[in-house]
Ligand binder design. Structure first.
Ligand SMILES: [Fe+2]
Length: 197
């Protein structure tokens, strides 16, 4: 599976509907994380497709939060995205705002790591380094258990995501930390450029 859009067109589409730095940071983070997972899971040839699903998964959230995952197909179709990408985007909200179940391994990973990248990002900002580079799973697990910390990141969704993959929570955390380490610097630079460039 290769994307029908260029990365440049996808980024332009993202920026058409997303202006908040936090949302751009999240989109670019999940893009980088999905690219890492494609390699890790033996789907290196589809890495661009996995990454694009990550980049565009929340495309409708900033402007249509009440229609999250329901407005997205229209925006993506108009932008030139293919149906497989639209299916993946819709499936990340399964059980919350969508009835499209994650089926493909890529969709299961997107579902599992979306909320978790939010939790990891919040935990990283609390560290002296402000980075995931020196973050260990043990400290992330403490943040996961502390329900008051980053309360908006649903622990249930993260747990459910790991279950769907047949992974333990620790495995999912370990891989997602590695994935975020791989793209942290590039994502920070590109977010900065988009917001102030
Ligand atoms: Fe998201």
């Amino acid at each position: 599976m290769t994307p029908t859009m260029t990365r440049e067109a996808a980024l332009e589409l993202l920026c058409k509907y997303n202006k908040e730095p936090f949302h751009l940071l999240h989109a670019l983070t999940v893009e980088g994380v999905m690219r890492w997972f494609a390699q890790d899971q033996g789907y290196g040839a589809e890495a661009d497709f996995w990454a694009m699903a990550g980049l565009l998964h929340d495309i409708d959230f900033e402007l249509w939060p009440q229609e999250h995952c329901r407005k997205a197909p229209e925006l993506l179709r108009a932008g030139g995205a293919d149906e497989a990408l639209i299916h993946a985007v819709c499936s990340h909200g399964y059980g919350l705002c969508s009835d499209v179940a994650p089926e493909h391994p890529m969709e299961k990973i997107l579902f599992a790591c979306d909320e978790l990248t939010g939790l990891i990002g919040a935990a990283a900002r609390m560290r002296p380094s402000k980075s995931v580079q020196d973050m260990e799973v043990s400290s992330l697990k403490k943040k996961f258990k502390d329900k008051k910390f980053a309360a908006g990141c649903s622990r249930d969704v993260i747990r459910q995501g790991a279950e769907r993959l047949g992974w333990t929570l620790e495995e999912l955390m370990e891989k997602t930390i590695l994935a975020m380490r791989s793209c942290e610097e590039a994502v920070a630079g590109e977010t900065e450029a988009l917001c102030h460039g």
